[in-house]
Design a protein around this ligand. Structure first.
Ligand code: HEM
Length: 457
């Protein structure tokens, strides 16, 4: 089926989580469901549609609270989506995240064999994310979601993860996160990085032209694919005590610990970018959305201010790779919607308390492979692109303890050796978050004609 290009983004048809930042502070839950009965699943989708929709309306009492619904490949299959349509999804989505583990670096302790059940198995069909500004509004929406699922014997809740903004407003390693985000053309939300033009909508939402000028491959039929987006969801356990111990062992003072930590991330804990303030943190700058993402790397090619191997610089090298024009950074951008889970390790504690804490990393984009997988494999897990093939991302590179991180300095650079893994993958899934029309189509699948004109049962 040919895709007719719209004149603008059909905002009313796109699930809110893709283009709208989550509330801050927030509380939320991720729920994973298994479909044992296709008719019950279609009934579930029918019941969830008004909840997904109501998250959009500012007049609703639970304004600020919303539900995002997404499906794995196994989920779409269990819903009764015709094979011809299933075959039209991106190959990585069809394989699922667990099958991509070796490629993604999910090996050893992070390998699917060690993931939390049932993550990475064909038992995970529907992912529901509920996010709200406070517990009361979360409960109101969660209760509706629970009611949508209860009384449907063919649907099982198989996993749940609660999340919430830590009292510090930062993630478990102590850093403010979620600052570097691209703007999307037509979304009405401005760019936080003045030198980065908004991305073409097709980079994030299916059915629109992307940065290459093309319409990205879209699942068929059009009603299913259009206004959908791929979603990557990963539970990443952070080894905060190991991280603190490492910095403690390498630094002579707390100031130096903070500096080494900032060099690894590319920002200070407040969010202030090293490029702007390389010597010390600047809390006011970190908190100022008009300034905290307004920087580039072009004036710092050797990484004296922010090392080329720092996490944020790897994940988005901005103008640092423009030299030979071989890499178009705009083709590897992504929307991130991460949240924190687990208790804070109190400030100054160096011993592991055994608690599970970390982030639920959430990606939204139209291209699983050239966006999420590319950044993870080429930029975070490898160092060839920065001329340091033996180095991985010092924070999230999931090394085996033999990793190194170079901090350019004069007169001589500093090299951190034997970096232990600070992040462990506990599981994850590749999902597809359809537009609202597509959700309706899915809920009526039993009567909807298939792309081949046949009827499904
Ligand atoms: C536990 C794992 C992770 C932690 C703790 C973490 C933490 C951070 C922090 C503190 C920042 C700087 C703040 C900001 O610019 O928003 C950042 C930026 C970023 N991270 Fe991560 N991150 C993690 C995993 C990942 C993964 C797996 C990816 C992608 C595959 C990723 C992609 C990005 C991107 C694209 C940016 C923005 C860079 C920019 O635009 O300047 N992160 N992350």
């Amino acid at each position: 089926m040919t895709v007719v290009e719209g004149t603008g983004l059909e905002l009313d048809d796109i699930q809110i989580g893709a283009l709208h930042e989550r509330p801050s502070p927030y509380v939320g839950s991720y729920l994973l469901l298994r479909i044992d009965d296709a008719a019950a699943a279609r009934a579930l989708v029918r019941r969830l549609i008004p909840l997904v929709d109501s998250g959009r309306s500012e007049s609703e009492p639970e304004h600020g609270a919303w539900i995002t619904v997404a499906f794995t490949y196994s989920g779409l299959k269990a819903l009764g989506v015709p094979q011809e349509s299933l075959d039209s999804f991106a190959p990585e989505f069809r394989q699922g995240m667990a099958a991509r583990a070796a490629e993604l670096g999910d090996v050893g302790v992070s390998s699917p064999a060690n993931w939390e059940a049932p993550l990475g198995t064909s038992e995970v069909h529907v992912a529901v994310a509920v996010l709200a500004p406070d517990a009361e509004r979360l409960e109101a929406v969660a209760e509706k979601a629970r009611r949508a699922q209860s009384e449907l014997p063919g649907i099982e809740l198989v996993w749940r993860q609660d999340c919430y903004q830590l009292p510090t407003g930062r993630t478990s390693f102590g850093f403010k996160d979620g600052i570097g985000q691209p703007a999307v053309e037509g979304s009405g939300r401005p760019s936080s990085h003045p030198s980065e033009a908004p991305l073409k909508a097709g980079e994030i939402v299916l059915g629109y032209r992307d940065e290459t000028g093309e319409l990205p491959p879209m699942p068929t039929p059009e009603v299913l694919g259009r206004n959908g987006t791929y979603v990557v969801f990963r539970k990443l356990h952070t080894r905060v005590a190991a991280y603190r111990q490492y910095l403690h062992a390498k630094a002579a003072t707390r100031e130096e610990e903070a500096l080494l930590g900032a060099k690894m991330v590319g920002r200070w804990q407040s969010g202030a970018p090293l490029e702007v303030t390389p010597e010390r943190d600047d809390a006011e700058l970190g908190a100022d959305p008009a300034r905290n993402n307004d920087f580039s790397y072009a004036g710092d090619p050797r990484g004296f201010r922010c090392p080329a191997g720092a996490h944020a610089r790897r994940a988005n090298p901005r103008d640092a790779l423009d030299d030979d024009g071989s890499v178009n950074v705009r083709l590897h951008r992504m929307i991130r919607r991460g949240t924190s889970y687990g208790p804070l390790l109190p400030d100054g504690v160096l011993e592991d308390d055994g608690a599970d804490r970390g982030i639920i990393f959430v990606f939204a984009g139209a291209h699983l492979h050239r966006q999420f997988e590319f950044v993870k494999t080429q930029w975070l897990n490898d160092g060839i692109f920065i001329g340091a093939p033996a180095e991985r991302d010092p924070l999230v590179g999931q090394g085996d303890g033999s990793g190194a991180f170079t901090i350019p300095r004069t007169p001589i650079r500093r090299r951190l050796q034997e970096l232990p893994p600070f992040v462990v993958t506990r599981g994850g899934e590749y999902c597809f978050a359809p537009g609202l029309r597509a959700l309706r189509w899915l809920s009526e699948l039993d009567t909807a004609p298939t792309p081949a004109g046949k009827r499904t049962t």
